[in-house]
Design a protein around this ligand. Structure first.
Ligand SMILES: Nc1ncnc2c1ncn2[C@@H]1O[C@H](COP(=O)(O)OP(=O)(O)O)[C@@H](O)[C@H]1O
Ligand SMILES: [Mg+2]
Length: 425
């Protein structure tokens, strides 16, 4: 049976290519000639073809659209203008399966058909590998020059801070652990909470910085490099940069996971430590997920957790908080996330956990979650209030406070876990 081809090629190459494909001995059949990207994506989702042949300069063609085509089970062959090689490189970096020069005549066009058939054959023979969920280009190498991954030893680590619903203190932990890590090496603090991100406010950033949404946009267009990411993340203390979150909760569709993966990758080149404050929710909406184009509100959190070398899991030290933490740990495991994790119980206090709160919490965690090495952070309202009021970190304003000492110990655990390379599961 002929493979259905969706053709979105502009200019004179289009008719030459269509002819060549129709003359391919019945192996390829053009099922739709698309005028623009919208039509191409719609045809792909309707299952009208398994190969897309597209001009590399098709309007709005970006990393996300390549990702969407792949998820719809469509392979992508880009057709490039040899005079503008950077467009070909860009589409390759987005994860296109093949990019060829636009054919000038019939002979060139049959070469293109032959190469496209090879791509399809490779896909069929390679049965062990499913169609990529993310574009291959998004997984490792950022697109722009200068942002290429360095040797593994020079790449920074990503630490995601996650915790269940109920405001257990994810932001408090992310901000203060980042501040501690920054005392030793360049650190980037990222607000990826799509429900109520407030890192910028907590650290006293007055200007509305474009932050993570702008970085994701640049990544989607293939222009995110270390310099751009640095420009988007102002320095608020020596060696501490902040990539602020979306300023309004309804802007979450601006953070698709396909654009965030390159952000984490470039962040590893910018900073030794990237600390990501995540949202609480891991649910992937089943109904929405039928629609491969629907953005997902939890994509930012899930993408950070997937990228993370270590996850700090934060729970609250009261009975409800512990129960949510135990469930949250199970949820992470079920979704295959956070295999390297450090568990933290925050706001530990006698008034709700009994006269020996630390022992009670440790016992409950060992019994219900099998966690025996959690770090406990005491309730410390005066210290947190001082920091909030001044919009500074604990390290800066109340260095001797109990909460700061405990959070410094968390940072030390992060350093020792990731610096020695001895990851514990
Ligand atoms: N150890 C602590 N002692 C006292 N208050 C805390 C502590 N940790 C966090 N808080 C307070 O709890 C509230 C919620 O913390 P936050 O970090 O914003 O939670 P989340 O990011 O999980 O929603 C904030 O008012 C914060 O100051
Ligand atoms: Mg928060």
């Amino acid at each position: 049976m002929a493979v259905g081809v969706l053709c979105a090629v502009q200019g004179t190459a289009e008719s030459i290519l269509v002819q060549a494909m129709e003359g391919s001995g019945g192996r390829l059949s053009v099922t739709r000639r698309c005028a623009d990207l919208t039509e191409l994506l719609a045809a792909a989702e309707a299952g009208l073809g398994t190969l897309a042949v597209v001009s590399v300069d098709l309007d709005q063609l970006d990393r996300e659209s390549v990702d969407l085509l792949h998820r719809a089970g469509v392979r992508i062959v880009g057709v490039a203008d040899p005079a503008r090689p950077w467009l070909a490189e860009r589409l390759t970096s987005f994860g296109a399966d093949l990019v060829v020069d636009a054919p000038g005549d019939e002979a060139d066009a049959s070469d293109v058909v032959r190469d496209a058939l090879r791509v399809l054959d490779a896909a069929v023979h390679d049965r062990t590998r499913e169609l990529p969920v993310q574009s291959p280009g998004a997984l490792g190498a950022p697109a722009a020059p200068g942002a290429g991954p360095g040797p593994a030893s020079e790449r920074g680590s990503v630490v995601a801070v996650w915790g269940p619903t109920g405001a257990p203190g994810r932001t408090t932990v992310a901000v203060n652990v980042a501040a501690e890590l920054a005392a030793g090496a360049p650190t980037l603090l990222v607000d990826a909470d799509t429900y109520g991100g407030c890192v910028a406010q907590v650290v006293g950033m007055l200007d509305e910085a474009p932050g993570l949404a702008a970085a994701a946009r640049a990544a989607g267009q293939g222009t995110l490099d270390v310099t751009t990411l640095a420009r988007l993340s102002p320095t608020i203390a020596p060696d501490l940069r902040v990539l602020s979150g979306i300023s309004r909760a309804d802007r979450w569709p601006e953070l698709p996971s396909s654009s965030l993966e390159p952000v984490w990758s470039v962040a590893r080149s910018l900073a030794r430590w990237t600390v990501v404050d995540c949202g609480f929710c891991l649910e992937q909406d089943e109904i929405l997920s039928y629609d491969t184009r629907a953005p997902r509100r939890n994509a930012a959190t899930v993408s950070a957790l997937e990228a993370a070398d270590l996850v700090l899991v934060v729970g609250s030290g009261d009975p409800v908080g512990i129960q949510r933490l135990v469930r949250g740990l199970g949820e992470l495991t079920d979704q295959g996330l956070g295999s390297s994790r450090v568990v933290l119980v925050n706001r530990v206090r006698a008034s709700v956990a009994g006269p020996r709160p630390a022992e009670a919490v440790a016992r409950a965690l060992a019994r219900y979650a099998g966690v025996t090495d959690a770090i406990l952070v005491p309730e410390d309202r005066p210290a947190l209030d001082t920091a909030l009021l001044e919009a500074r970190t604990l390290r800066e304003v109340v260095p001797g406070s109990p909460a700061r000492r405990a959070l410094a110990a968390v940072a030390a655990r992060v350093e020792s876990t990731l610096s020695s390379g001895a990851l514990v599961g």
